[in-house]
Design a protein around this ligand. Structure first.
Ligand code: SD4
Length: 330
């Protein structure tokens, strides 16, 4: 994309005209090749599954769906699906959402006993008149549609939870520190964005949420606009980190809007983070981690985090790449 020209065209236009300018630019731009990006380096494995779909000219929607199923089924990934960390009552409750290039959305929240929450979210999108189903209703819907009820708590997550019960102190940052320590071996909450050969964007996000949260707590990940947002004219974004803070600033939607008005994906991620810093103050923001990833309609991607150690996994026809995010605070 010729960014300077893009900004000139967009800033000269009213918001309604800005959209049609974007259309013109999209039509003029060389069609970008397929790409998939995910939160966290270890999710490169999930990217490979998505790439399998994209490289065969499959849809971005199928790619992100297949991709995020990989960590969901991995018992050693303690932030997603099977083997996900439980809440403070020892219950593993999963959140997931999916969004396609036509603005179709589906989401499940606080879903127990089902490994592939993302598949239930997709079914909500495709087979119901609704966009979000939570808790027992989500489980009932999944079982009625042939999903198997399973125990998602593994021996090791049970053991860690029992250790945690000795102090029972909920501290999302301790949890995130722990995640960062384990991240070399394990995976983490996955937000995945893809652009397919037909130039369509989709995204998916799935998680078991913050470890030892209150039962029923829902973070950003299954909330369209917070943990994930896709606008096929502009781009897509996803989030990881302390969900309460991402929800506060409608993180992913904020990023997509910033890209709409001419920012690069990286600049847009930083802009959303700065909004939290402005709203809650630097001292507050220094104590939480958020990592954002973004992909625009031209196949350009970027990421940014509040604190160090956030990574993004990228897969294109040139192979796999890991991007270490720039960050705001040490
Ligand atoms: C949540 N954002 O439930 C998720 C947690 C997360 O890495 O991303 N952990 O708030």
């Amino acid at each position: 994309m010729n960014r300077r020209r893009f900004i000139r065209v967009v800033s000269a236009a009213t918001p309604a005209l800005a959209l049609s300018s974007l259309d013109v630019l999209a039509a003029k731009s060389k069609s970008p090749s397929p790409i998939v990006v995910s939160t966290w380096e270890p999710n490169a494995k999930a990217n490979e599954a998505a790439w399998e779909v994209l490289s065969k000219k499959g849809s971005a929607l199928d790619a992100v769906h297949q991709g995020v199923m990989i960590p969901e089924a991995d018992p050693d990934d303690n932030s997603v699906g099977l083997g996900g960390n439980p809440d403070r009552d020892g219950r593993v409750t999963c959140d997931a959402c999916i969004m396609d290039h036509q603005g179709n959305i589906g989401s499940v929240m606080c879903l127990e006993h089902i490994v592939h929450a993302i598949s239930v979210a997709r079914l909500v999108m495709e087979k119901t008149p609704h966009v979000q189903i939570v808790g027992d209703g989500a489980l009932q819907f999944a079982l009625e549609n042939g999903f198997r009820k399973e125990n998602l708590l593994t021996a090791s997550t049970r053991e860690r939870w029992q250790q945690w019960l000795k102090t029972s102190k909920y501290n999302p940052m301790t949890t995130l520190d722990d995640i960062q320590r384990r991240i070399q071996q394990n995976h983490d909450t996955i937000g995945m964005l893809a652009l397919d050969a037909s130039h369509q964007l989709s995204g998916a996000c799935t998680t078991s949420g913050m470890a030892y949260k209150m039962h029923g707590r829902v973070g950003d990940s299954p909330i369209i606009g917070a943990g994930l947002y896709v606008d096929n004219e502009v781009g897509a974004a996803s989030a990881t980190g302390v969900g309460e803070e991402v929800v506060r600033i409608c993180g992913s939607h904020t990023i997509v809007e910033a890209m709409r008005y001419g920012m690069t994906p990286e600049e847009a991620c930083l802009t959303a983070l700065k909004r939290l810093v402005k709203m809650k103050g630097e001292a507050y923001a220094r104590k939480v981690q958020i990592g954002f990833i973004a992909l625009n309609k031209y196949g350009e991607y970027g990421c940014y985090s509040l604190l160090p150690n956030f990574t993004m996994a990228v897969r294109t026809s040139s192979g796999a790449e890991v991007v270490t995010a720039k960050y705001m605070f040490e």
